[in-house]
Each structure stands twice: as C-alpha cells, then as structure tokens.
Ligand binder design. Structure first.
Ligand code: 8YV
Length: 406
C-alpha cells in the first residue's frame, strides 16, 4: 500500500455512522421465545413527530411525513393493490419470512443455497426489492442488468462491502442495512476469540477430542494472562466500543485507532487512548482487534509491513472482514513464530479458508458466526422489514447506506 493510500486508510478505519434518519417509536418486535406473533415494543425516546403512543412504525409509515418523503422518481411504483416483489437470497428466520410474506409478494430461498451470479442477475431483473446477505456479490456487473423495477436493496447485515454502492446510487437504487442490532453479539464473539486465542482453547479442545490428553502438567498449555495487557482496537465504532467495554472487565487497557477520535466522554468512560498513527499503536499492543468495515481504504490495512510492526508475543483477532488483513502475510508470520496467535471469524476469500491456517496450532478459526444468535438474526430481519415497508410506503427508510459514509 502506498503511503498516500495508507494515510487515507488510516483516516477511514471507522465503523459506520448513526442511522441517517431515525426510525420512529414503536418497532414491531417478533418474539424470540414463543410463537411467531409480532409483538410491539415501545421505544418512547425515539417517537417521531406526530406519532402517538400505540401507533406502530408500520402504521406511521402509511402517513407521509414531509421531512422524510422521497422524490417521486426514487419511489417504487405504488398501486394500492400491487404489493412489491421482494426476493430474498437466503433462508431467514421463520418469523421474518412469515411477516415478509404477509406484507409483500415474496420469493424465498427455502433450501438456503447461495445464489449463483446468474440467479442473482435474474433476481435483480425482476424484483422491486432485493434482500441479499454477505454471501451475495452485488457488483456493477449484476447491477448493470437490474430491471427498472429494482428500487431497493435491503441487505440483511451491517457490512455492505458486497454491494457496489456507487453503481447502486447511479442507478437510483436505495441501499439499506441493519446497523446496531448485532453490535453486542459481535463484541461477545470478539472477546470469546481473544480468550480462546490467548488461553489456547482451540488447541486444548483438539487434544481432548483426539484422546491425546495424558493428564495435568505444570507446564502444559501455557497461555497468556489478559489482566494488565494492552488491547488495540482498529475501528472504534459501535462494535469497537462494545468490545472495549467488555475488555475493560478483563483488566485490559484500551487503545484505539480510528479515522477520527471518539467523543471525549466515550474516551473517558473507556479510559481509551487514541492513536492517530496505526503503526505506532500496533508496535505497542499485546492484543489487536479488528473492528472496522472493509472499504477500498481498509483493504489490507493490516499489511505485511504493518503486521511486522507487532510484537512477536502479540495476538490478533478479526471479527470484521477478512480483507482487512493480508491473510498470506499473517499466515507466514504465524508460521515463523513472529506473532503468537490469531483468532479469526472472517477470511479473505470466504467460504474458503487458507489451508495453511488449518495447519497452525496457535489459531482459533470460526465460520463467520460473530452475529449468529437467534435474537440477533430476528432483530436484523425486523430492520429489513421496516426498511422495506417504509420505502414501499413512500418514505426514506431508516437505515439508508450512502457511499459517502465510508
Ligand atoms: C452478518 C456481518 O451475519 O452484518 C455483518 O456485517 O458480518 C455478519 O455478522 C452477515 O453480514 C449477514 O449478511
């Protein structure tokens, strides 16, 4: 990476911003414990102008608010009888699929096989709304074949690096995501990986499962104590901050690099030290956690050169996107003992995992499951529903993603 690109990358290592337009008060909440009935839950502090208690966001969405009404050309063709055709690329939780089918003309993917690019092209040619996930590559080639009906891509997930946002904007297609609802689950998984890597849990489990455990030994399976160590968080957005809160509970000192400094109050709460220079921070950390989105500027942000700055005793965990780390360089360094370990939930070429990683003992490897909780998936589905419904009713959806956010 050239120094100019590196400088740009350093300033852009930032998780997403807040919702552009706050969604109103009562969000239909699908029960995660019982049947699939919709339950309404109040968020009184976020009630929009003109809404009264008891009104649901979906009800509110039926009335135009002058501030959030879209220009006519960006709207889906609205006829009171015709429901928009929504094509969902993967199997979603039952409760979400049921609700989608009630509200829209919906095509589901019951067998959950990822769509081929030909199937994706077919989908964008016919749908009014596409609901993709991280496994669908919605690039300019796919988007250039979109039909005139396609007006909304309501992605199921927070990261949007699988969607070509510029091409979508040029073609007048609105893109939404599901921010906020997978923050805590992903932060939990980040800490799980920190612990598992520092304390060699993957290795320990493999020994037991292989029947190779010969009994306790004073010098076997020695890991690294967390208490008093330094954690450097790359990307101090929602997830980075949630990781920091947890890490403090384990006695870790918080350091961070972000495209801009977080609010002083947050720094105070987290006792977090800001490093404008990622290089300077990396050289001093015991644990590095990647929590920034993948953008052109953060691709290989952890390059071979930067990885070499890290202490040989340090570990690195990644629950963000594989592309942020140069995976080949990481493998080389782990193999050479130039880094103590890695905890990875994401990979550069998912679902392929570099076979050399599989040969290494001091790594913990998970299959992109950072946000994989039932509650999280249902909350994500709810966000998708709200985004589609508000858009279909002629409003700006709450979780619009703009290329300028990155
Ligand atoms: C999601 C994620 O499950 O939301 C994200 O950005 O990385 C995952 O946790 C996935 O993207 C679903 O599309």
């Amino acid at each position: 990476m050239g120094s100019q690109t590196a400088a740009k990358a350093a300033t852009l290592a930032q998780s997403r911003t807040d919702d552009p337009i706050p969604i109103g008060d009562y969000i239909p909440q699908i029960s995660t414990t019982g049947d699939n009935h919709l339950k309404e839950r109040a968020f009184p502090s976020r009630r929009p102008m003109g809404a009264t208690a008891g009104q649901s966001a979906l009800c509110i969405a039926n009335r135009a608010h002058p501030l959030t009404r879209q220009p006519v050309s960006d709207r889906m063709p609205t006829s009171s009888k015709k429901k928009p055709l929504v094509i969902v690329t993967r199997k979603l939780p039952d409760a979400i699929e049921t609700r989608l089918m009630e509200l829209f003309e919906t095509r589901l993917n019951a067998d959950d096989k990822p769509m081929t690019s030909t199937q994706l092209v077919e989908a964008v040619k016919t749908a009014d709304v596409l609901v993709p996930t991280v496994t669908d590559r919605i690039d300019s080639r796919v988007l250039s074949q979109a039909g005139p009906r396609l007006k909304l891509i309501a992605s199921f997930g927070t990261g949007v690096d699988h969607i070509d946002l510029d091409t979508a904007r040029q073609r007048g297609i609105t893109v939404t995501n599901t921010p906020g609802v997978l923050t805590e689950d992903t932060a939990d998984m980040t800490m799980a990986l920190v612990l598992a890597t520092a304390r060699r849990m993957g290795e320990g489990e493999r020994v037991v499962r292989a029947g190779k455990w010969a009994g306790w030994s004073p010098t076997a399976m020695l890991g690294t104590r967390l208490l008093g160590k330094r954690m450097g968080i790359v990307g101090m957005g929602r997830i980075g901050q949630a990781v920091a809160r947890r890490a403090r509970g384990f006695g870790l000192a918080i350091h961070y690099h972000n495209r801009k400094r977080v609010h002083p109050e947050i720094e105070r709460e987290l006792e977090a030290t800001y490093w404008e220079s990622l290089d300077q921070m990396l050289a001093r950390m015991d644990i590095v956690s990647i929590n920034c989105p993948h953008t052109p500027a953060t691709f290989h942000l952890l390059s071979a050169r930067r990885l070499k700055l890290m202490k040989p005793t340090a570990i690195i965990v990644n629950t963000a996107r594989g592309e942020v780390i140069d995976e080949n360089a990481l493998v080389r360094m782990l193999k050479a003992g130039e880094l103590a370990g890695a905890g990875l939930d994401v990979y550069e070429h998912e679902p392929q995992v570099n076979p050399k990683l599989l040969e290494l003992d001091r790594v913990v490897l998970l299959p992109h499951m950072g946000s994989a909780t039932l509650e999280g998936r249902i909350d994500m589905g709810e966000k998708v529903l709200i985004n589609i419904k508000t858009f279909a009713d002629g409003h700006k959806p709450p979780d619009r993603v703009l290329a300028t956010m990155f």
